[in-house]
Design a protein around this ligand. Sequence first.
Ligand code: PMT
Length: 407
Amino acid sequence: MQSLINKKILLGVTGGIAAYKSAELVRLLIKAGAEVRVVMTPAAREFVQPLTYQALSGHRVYVDLFDAEADSAMDHIELARWCDLLLVAPASADFIGKMAAGYADNLLLTLCLASRQAVAVAPAMNQQMFANAATAANLEQLNARGTLVWGPDSGEQACGDVGPGRMLEPAHLLANIEAHFQPGRLQGVELLLTAGPTREAIDPVRYISNRSSGKMGYALARAALRAGAKVTLVSGPVSLAPPAGAKLIAVESAQEMYAAVMQAVAHSDIFIACAAVSDYRVEQQAEHKIKKSTQAMTLALVPNEDILAAVSALHQRPFCVGFAAETRDLEKYALGKLDAKHLDMIAANLVADGSGGFETDVNRLEVFWPGGGHSIAQASKQEVAKQLIDLIGERYTGALSAEPGSA
Ligand code: PMT
């Protein structure tokens, strides 16, 4: 079936070994009925000849800003307006950095700046470059501005390294493009989400907290928005840009998070508890800064309310998705929490081996529901979030249609 008839795709190719895979992507797009134009950066020409893309797309390939200006039918602004989607695949670390900084020193960067249509990037680079904090910050910035970040995949790399950084396979990118043009699976669904850590005050200047950065929860909020959901994000203190389009409720302590969730939950269809909520708070918070002494000190802690368990115990409850952060026996503990908290689904991550969890830019999940499960392989938190939201959409729609009286 030709799923992309009448869709105009502008494919940007930057310099990287994965450029050869984009030739296959052009072929798949044409087969799916799309009209494709290709723009290459000067560095991309070192890897693949423009003629390859020209032969596959049936159109001239643009490389220089002045090529586009010389084409009276299509100057660079026209090219940016022409497309329904601009996809940069592969997107090198250098290109991503320049895009994040707003550079426009080649035709493709100019088009990214000039485009009012959706822009997606498919990162492709060495795993160490992907792991670099500069690349992570650049991708986070692009993501916060609404650029779709597709991938990268994890696995063996051309340089011999193994890890995240491979460009998604052409068939996977095609599926993302097709999904992009489909109405979202969560269209109109009210989704409530917790993210980030909580802070439990000891005195006015000290608190107990944990390593959650909020990256996983914020990526989920963005993926849910893209799937069409109306998102309310109850967030502990993080230093991330709020996802555009979400209603953000900022809180500090577990008690504040509990109160915010309980107030918002009545209108929610889906609840995802991604926050790392402190299980305990200090029994007696000091009114003034506690003075240093040479004596050992004991803090009495009392348990906090379990927000997720409280939501799932409601008479009129949303579809409940929990997280489990474990340092061992992932499946055993996750299934225990799924059962004890009566959840519809639980996403479990190992948080001790560096493969994901707290603070990292990548994650991998073992997802369980009563009677089933699915693994999400290690990838960027954006990609993992997209896959988890797809899965939640599937299970949620399935649960709705299984309800007595549904059509
Ligand atoms: O924020 P990042 O740096 O990106 O890291 C992401 C993450 C590791 C924090 C995230 O992927 C994750 O695992 N979140 C859940 C962390 C956690 O507190 O897990 P838990 O196994 O202790 O709790 C189980 C579930 O109960 C969680 O859904 C939690 O939100 C919920 N809970 C726990 C205690 C409490 N008082 N109220 C709750 O709602």
